[in-house]
Design a protein. Sequence first.
Length: 75
Amino acid sequence: MAQDQDGNRDRSEELERYRHAAEDALQQLDWCIGYLHGIRKVEISRALAKNRSHIRTQLLHKPEQPAPAQQTDQD
């Protein structure tokens, strides 16, 4: 029984590490989207923002947040 609890704890800790890594990667992607939008690579930043939205909502089951490119009026 104790072995099952240790296995569950290990899986839970591993899941938490993966979740944290995914959120860190999304933060880096946010920066890239904002940077690309800032240097007027708008089509690329929009494509990445769509991918970011899909990852966040479909894979991480988190509510959608506006990407940096979606928060400005620049086109």
